[in-house]
Design a protein around this ligand. Structure first.
Ligand SMILES: C[S@@+](CC[C@H](N)C(=O)[O-])C[C@H]1O[C@@H](n2cnc3c(N)ncnc32)[C@H](O)[C@@H]1O
Length: 758
């Protein structure tokens, strides 16, 4: 029977063990104590005296590793991955013993539906320690890269589950970076995806921090959703838009069926992962964010449809950031909003009820019973909403969820689920007269945004809080060496660059007509379905002869064609589907399919440009920069020769009879059966005598890792890079001479940003 590795501070022996086991040195160096914090939480009465040592003891432990399997989008993958975990990794990881102690087995999170959430009782920092763990770590990295799994903290998976997203929903994720929850929401919109149907749902993912919004783009790009639009706003001032009418000519309001407000917070629930919280925690942390959190939640409520659900969440345990914000919102909503009782949702998730009474401390650490008692020189920093109201007991705050670390060995978290039952009017005494003159019962989004704009000046203080939080959040999610890098970077990134800078930086979105010559050209060449919505292709720059062509869903198009789209700072949208390839050889169609859009486009194109291949051919392409036809097995040479020059699609299906039982030596030797259990589809360029995989360096390496083989990087990388051998470089250069038009794939290298899984 396995048990948890010791991850706790303790006696000399335990301390030594921990030092040896935990590679996260920063975690070990940090003193996992904070007297002020302990005093604060004891005073909140959230945990009984008997339970306190277990609660506090868990906060001091390292956090287990957890991840999610992308189940909803490609059905065949998750069954295979799940099967693979239990057939291969479970026994492999259970064979690792640390001085006779074996970690609890890799297992599904009991409360996560369909066994898609997984949990391994070893902290992330330890995963590279033993060869068996390292193999598992490699698996996590490679499968994350291609979008088959997401590394995500277990508690962070809860809010999207309680959001109850359906594929037709319009969902706004207000504070989305780095994007773990957005990824989950995208999967929900693409759930039950029907063959050849683009979902009608929409995901608007926003973050106020421009740099972090790019982490969000990287995180979500793996899922290749045409239904996603990424924006860069202070969420409390999301602008209102007047949308273009849909295909049926109906005008649609810019409102959402679901809203997630996973707001910036002091983050003390994350201290098992971010040890710096032990050092940095102070009373002021939560205090500076309270007002910002209310403003964001309120804007979310305004933009939510009546009948819709909004989830408010923080990774903090502080009532001032949690129940106090919820209570204030309910009181402002005056009956138009209610807390949903979710006690029967995720029944296996252990939770504690929200509280109706709490203590407010001053920044100096003294309890203060009411705002009138705050010293006069500090009055401006406190708000009445920070204190429990007299009628708090009527608000059903017990319907909120408090997740404590010891309940199921996770981080700490807070979630509240609301339903909007009637239109909501922002109470604003200062503007009452003006609002009355314009009044209808609902504050329209246009008016909301006007209010938001007018109050911008008043909000400077909040915004500064946000800036601090953006930085702070990053620091909190960084570890070790990363921290100093982040701090250095932070100093270099100006405030202007991080906030609001997107507005003039981005190119406009130009939709191509279905009759456009380029659209007609690639539609014919790849045999695009008659029913495919060819009027949803767009380009970003007129000047570059439609170099890259993106595809968006109808819902995203309706936003991009809004007459006041200039108000929305869109930083990214659309899946790259076709890219113009300059070539020395005359080809019928100069557009190649982009690897980013191939999984989506495969269902819509005919088989005319598709070549069914076996594992051997895939490996030849990975191990040779420009393999010539003669390098492929004789059996396929004839078919390869017959292929017309230009871009084609190679497809490997492990389920085909001829592909079964193909040994995958590296993994076989380890008792593993090989990573690739699902279909592989990738673009290839056929030149006159050679082939080239149209994958960027990262995609190539990731595929090789999944297959358990070595690969050479694509030619220009081989020449200059450390990975390639001299022989490979020479061969690449020779092949390039034979086939000058095959050097491609690098200009659209993905910008790989540092990983951040919460
Ligand atoms: C808790 S993190 C969000 C984590 C994210 N939901 C996820 O699951 O990956 C809070 C985010 O809010 C952003 N933020 C801070 N102030 C904001 C504001 N006023 N409006 C929108 N985003 C804000 C920060 O940049 C940070 O990325």
């Amino acid at each position: 029977m396995g048990r948890r590795f010791s991850r706790k501070r303790g006696g000399a022996k335990e301390g030594k063990e921990r030092k040896e086991r935990d590679t996260n040195t920063t975690y070990n160096e940090v003193k996992r104590e904070n007297a002020q914090m302990e005093e604060f939480y004891r005073a909140q009465n959230i945990i009984s005296d008997e339970e306190w040592p277990t609660f506090w003891g868990h906060l001091q432990l390292g956090l287990p590793t957890s991840f999610r399997i992308t189940g909803t989008r490609r059905q065949e993958n998750f069954f295979m991955l799940v099967g693979f975990e239990s057939n291969a990794f479970v026994p492999l990881l259970s064979s690792v013993s640390d001085e006779g102690v074996v970690a609890n087995p890799l297992r599904p999170l009991a409360w996560y539906p369909d066994e898609l959430g997984w949990h391994f009782d070893v902290p992330r920092g330890m995963l590279k320690k033993s060869p068996e763990y390292a193999k598992f770590h490699q698996f996590l990295v490679a499968e994350t890269e291609v979008g088959n799994i997401s590394r995500q903290e277990a508690v962070s998976m809860i809010p999207p589950l309680l959001l109850d997203v359906q594929p037709q929903h319009w969902v706004m994720d207000m504070c989305a970076a780095p994007g773990s929850k957005t990824a989950q929401i995208i999967e929900m919109v693409h759930a039950n995806e029907q063959y050849k149907v683009v979902p009608s749902g929409l995901i608007l993912a926003n973050d106020a921090d421009y740099r972090r919004s790019h982490m969000l783009i990287h995180q979500t790009k793996r899922l290749q959703s045409p239904c996603l639009i990424v924006t860069n706003h202070d969420a409390s001032m999301m602008p209102a838009l007047k949308l273009a009418p849909n295909k049926a000519g109906q005008s649609i309001p810019f409102e959402f069926d679901r809203v997630l407000a996973d707001v910036p917070c002091s983050g003390d629930g994350t201290l098992r992962k971010n040890p710096m919280v032990w050092t940095n925690w102070s009373h002021g942390g939560a205090m500076g964010l309270h007002q910002t959190q209310i403003n964001i939640l309120q804007r979310g409520v305004q933009m939510l449809k009546v009948g819709g659900r909004i989830v408010y969440s923080t990774c903090s345990l502080n009532p001032m950031e949690n129940e106090a914000v919820v209570a204030e919102m309910l009181s402002r909503a005056n009956g138009t909003l209610e807390l949903v009782d979710v006690s029967d949702e995720l029944p296996l998730l252990k939770r504690r009820p929200g509280i109706s009474d709490w203590k407010v401390f001053t920044r100096e650490g003294a309890v203060v019973d009411k705002i009138e008692d705050v010293p006069s020189d500090a009055k401006g920093k406190y708000f009445p909403s920070m204190w429990p109201s007299k009628d708090a007991s009527k608000l059903h705050l017990d319907r909120c969820l408090r997740i404590y670390p010891h309940l199921q060995d996770t981080g700490g978290f807070f979630v509240a689920v609301f339903k909007k039952t009637a239109p909501y009017v922002v109470p604003n005494p200062g503007r009452a007269a003006k609002d009355k003159a314009e009044a209808s019962t609902e504050t329209t989004p246009a008016k909301d945004a006007a209010v938001a704009d007018e109050t911008q000046d008043e909000k400077t203080t909040d915004q500064e809080d946000n800036t601090a939080t953006g930085d702070k959040h990053k620091l909190e999610t960084a570890t070790g060496e990363e921290e100093s890098t982040v701090a250095a970077k932070r100093a270099r990134v100006s405030r202007a660059e991080r906030y609001g800078a997107a507005v003039n930086r981005e190119e406009p979105f130009l939709f191509l007509d279905a009759q456009n010559n380029d659209v007609k050209l690639f539609s014919k060449f790849y045999g695009l379905d008659e029913d495919f919505p060819k009027d949803q292709f767009l380009v970003r720059s007129e000047g570059e002869k439609n170099k890259t062509v993106y595809f968006v869903s109808e819902a995203v198009k309706s936003i991009l064609q809004s007459e006041d789209i200039h108000r929305l700072k869109v930083v990214n949208t659309g899946v790259r589907t076709f890219i113009r390839q300059d070539s020395n050889t005359v080809v019928e169609c100069s557009f190649r399919i982009h690897s980013e859009g191939i999984a989506m486009m495969r269902q819509f194109v005919s088989n005319a440009r598709v070549m069914t291949v076996r594992l051997k051919e895939v490996i030849t392409l990975l191990q040779s920069p420009y393999p010539k036809i003669s390098e492929f097995p004789e059996a396929v040479q004839e078919r390869l020769t017959a292929l017309q020059t230009g871009c084609c699609i190679f497809e490997f299906d492990p389920e085909l009879e001829e592909n079964k039982d193909q040994p995958n030596e590296r993994w076989e030797g380890q008792g593993l059966t090989g990573f690739v259990k699902s279909k592989l589809v990738f673009p290839v360029w056929k030149a006159q005598v050679s082939f080239n995989m149209l994958l960027n360096k990262q995609e190539r390496r990731s595929l090789a890792m999944r297959l358990g083989v070595d690969c050479v990087d694509s030619p220009h990388v081989v020449e200059g890079g450390a990975k390639g051998t001299a022989a490979a470089a020479k061969k690449a250069a020779e092949a390039a001479k034979d086939d000058e038009d095959t050097a491609m794939g690098e200009e659209d290298e993905a910008v790989i940003e540092e990983g951040d899984d919460e």
